[in-house]
Design a protein around this ligand. Structure first.
Ligand SMILES: Nc1ncnc2c1ncn2[C@@H]1O[C@H](COP(=O)(O)OP(=O)(O)OP(=O)(O)O)[C@@H](O)[C@H]1O
Ligand SMILES: [Mg+2]
Length: 254
């Protein structure tokens, strides 16, 4: 399913896409394309093939669930998609740009400005308040203070977390922490949200809230790729991709 980007999306704090020198995205219907992506982890004694040659595409506006048994390579795949790790082999196009061709600075800008991450363990910074945690990605992008304040307030309202703005992560429930983590992931208005078992540490009610938020973001045009072990969560997606031993074994349209 392809949805149009929301018309309310604010101007990107990034340099213009042309400025990145890579002609990102306009009119491109494919958000992610992977060609023969391999990842081998090597230590002195062992070599682990985490991904054995992944070919896949995710269209702009899709909501894809990645499933498969523990150790099959799901997090490795997500880290590569999120530019947190490099493949050993293969090519990856993000919104029409082959990321292997990006210089380090462009790669960092792309990661910070276009991709939002949500992790199972929330990964908030303990020493920062809710508000400061959410503000951080905007600081990294050099967004001016007044605009940061406005955007942080808007997203806190949306994630129903405004009443905890001055709290620290340890003072929040798991569900609240994950809402803050989602706020932090989407405050930059990324095109792509990557979520690695976002409900793995939550009870059913909080898990459902998180899934509802991801569904809303997707309905507004954000592409979502989510790793999950839960059939219930996968049912929110429009397609599942099943991995086994580092290979795609099945695509299922939901
Ligand atoms: N940094 C690393 N160094 C060495 N081996 C690694 C590293 N990261 C992952 N692996 C190995 O790669 C394989 C895939 O790991 P990955 O974390 O991607 O699995 P997963 O599908 O996310 O599993 P889970 O469902 O348990 O989170 C595993 O065999 C793992 O041991
Ligand atoms: Mg994992």
């Amino acid at each position: 399913m392809t949805l149009q980007p929301p018309t309310t999306r604010q101007p990107s704090p990034l340099p213009s896409r042309e400025g990145l020198g890579v002609g990102l995205g306009r009119g491109s219907a494919t958000m992610i394309k992977l060609e023969n992506i391999k990842k081998v982890f090597r230590t002195d004694v062992v070599e682990t093939t985490a991904l054995g040659g992944i070919n896949m595409e995710v269209k702009d506006g899709e909501f894809v669930a990645v499933m498969g048994p523990s150790g099959c390579g799901k997090s490795t795949l997500l880290n590569i998609l999120g530019l947190l790790d490099n493949p050993t082999e293969g090519r990856y196009w993000l919104d029409g740009v082959e990321v292997g061709s990006l210089k380090e600075r462009q790669r960092t800008l792309t990661r910070r400005g276009q991709i939002g991450f949500v992790f199972q363990s929330f990964n908030l910074i303990d020493e920062l308040t809710v508000e400061q945690n959410i503000e951080l990605p905007l600081k990294y992008l050099g967004v001016p203070a007044a605009e940061r304040k406005e955007r942080v307030e808007e997203i806190m309202r949306r994630m129903a977390i405004s009443h905890r703005a001055g709290h620290y992560p340890q003072q929040l429930s798991g569900g609240q922490q994950q809402r803050v983590a989602i706020a932090r992931a989407v405050v930059v208005k990324p095109k792509l949200v990557l979520a690695d078992e976002p409900t793995g540490n939550l009870d059913t009610k909080n898990g459902r809230e998180v899934m509802d938020l991801l569904t809303q973001l997707n309905a507004e045009g954000t592409t979502v790729v989510m790793v999950t072990h839960s059939q219930r969560d996968a049912a929110y997606a429009t397609r599942t991709i099943n991995l086994l031993d580092g290979m795609v074994v099945e695509h299922t349209l939901l």
